[in-house]
Design a protein around this ligand. Structure first.
Ligand code: FE2
Ligand code: FE2
Length: 167
């Protein structure tokens, strides 16, 4: 079964916004648990693990949009780092999660045609994982380093503390 749940790394620099990338690692782990349930053809577990993933994804997106983007905005314009790009990607990620949910709500993996639909679902999920990876890179390379540059020490400690408390 799953690798063990990732725990906060002792070596992460808690004074940098880059430490928030641990949340991305946790989201990857939660999605892996969901995919394992799909592979086991366990529809109930697939649903509950997707619920867990979606809840944390929504929380993380809200935290970024409400807490971080107003600070990031001060550094704009940045090539390849416009706010609209992040917002569109967030919207797309959430749309994909809804698509994933719809495709397994009607899934009967053990009935005729079921295995082919499981493969279709995993293919769709592979596209979603690519999108997640792409989004992680944009934030890792642009959003979080920029926040480290423009946030005041007070903003930094307040936001990093609230992110840790939210985990
Ligand atoms: Fe993020
Ligand atoms: Fe994001």
């Amino acid at each position: 079964m799953s690798q063990t749940e990732p725990s906060p790394s002792a070596s992460a620099d808690r004074t940098s916004f880059l430490s928030l990338l641990e949340v991305h690692g946790r989201l990857d782990w939660l999605f892996l648990r969901h995919q394992e349930a799909v592979l086991l053809l366990d529809v109930d577990l697939s649903r509950s693990t997707l619920d867990d993933f979606e809840r944390e994804l929504v929380d993380h997106i809200r935290f970024e949009e409400v807490g971080l983007f107003p600070i990031y905005e001060r550094a704009l314009p940045i090539a390849g780092g416009g706010l609209d790009l992040y917002l569109k990607e967030h919207e797309k990620l959430l749309r994909y999660v809804r698509g994933i949910r719809q495709s397994f709500e009607s899934l009967s993996p053990r009935e005729s045609g079921g295995p082919a639909r499981v493969i279709e679902l995993l293919d769709f999920e592979a596209k979603f994982k690519n999108l997640l990876k792409h989004h992680d890179l944009r934030e890792r390379n642009i959003l979080y380093p920029t926040l480290d540059r423009v946030a005041s020490p007070e903003e930094k400690s307040r936001l990093l503390l609230s992110a840790t408390e939210g985990q």
